[in-house]
Design a binder for this molecule. Structure first.
Ligand SMILES: [Zn+2]
Ligand SMILES: [Zn+2]
Length: 152
């Protein structure tokens, strides 16, 4: 939940189911109850959760929800560009409800996936002969928190 604090962009959208519905409409996605729940979770939890984490969080309040529905919903949200599929973590696919341009840092010790602010991608990094539809910038290493713990 600590990620909510650092998230000014979506702070004003807290507890706003109608906004999530509008968000899905923007991407041409019919807002079913399950789709709203998954999208809402991603908009309000900036921890880059796995499909399983999303399922575990929603299942107690949605007894009819299945893992398959969560996976299918995520696939649809990614295909329509409403959610980013992150492949930095070799163990799991992780998902990001923040589709603005930013990089990611994966801590090899604690597994936390941090956002890295990124205003623009330097033009030098773009291939000249190809058209870029999406770009992801990944870092891996030891996060500040784990570095501190190792010193003690
Ligand atoms: Zn760490
Ligand atoms: Zn992110």
């Amino acid at each position: 939940m600590q990620s909510l604090q650092s998230c000014n962009h979506y702070k004003k959208k807290m507890n706003a189911t109608p906004d999530t519905r509008a968000y899905l409409n923007e991407y041409g996605i019919r807002p079913s109850v399950q789709r709203i729940a998954v999208m809402n979770y991603l908009l309000h939890h900036r921890t880059h959760p796995t499909a399983e984490e999303i399922y575990q969080a929603l299942a107690p309040e949605m007894p009819t929800l299945s893992r398959t529905t969560v996976y299918n919903t995520l696939e649809l949200l990614v295909a329509r560009g409403a959610v980013i599929h992150l492949t930095i973590d070799p163990r799991f696919s992780r998902y990001d409800g923040d589709i603005s341009l930013h990089g990611h840092f994966l801590c090899d010790h604690c597994g936390t996936l941090y956002d890295v602010p990124l205003k623009t991608l330097p033009e030098a990094l773009y291939p000249k002969e190809h058209r870029v539809n999406s770009a992801q910038l990944y870092y891996r290493g030891t996060c500040a928190h784990c570095s501190q713990e190792n010193k003690q």
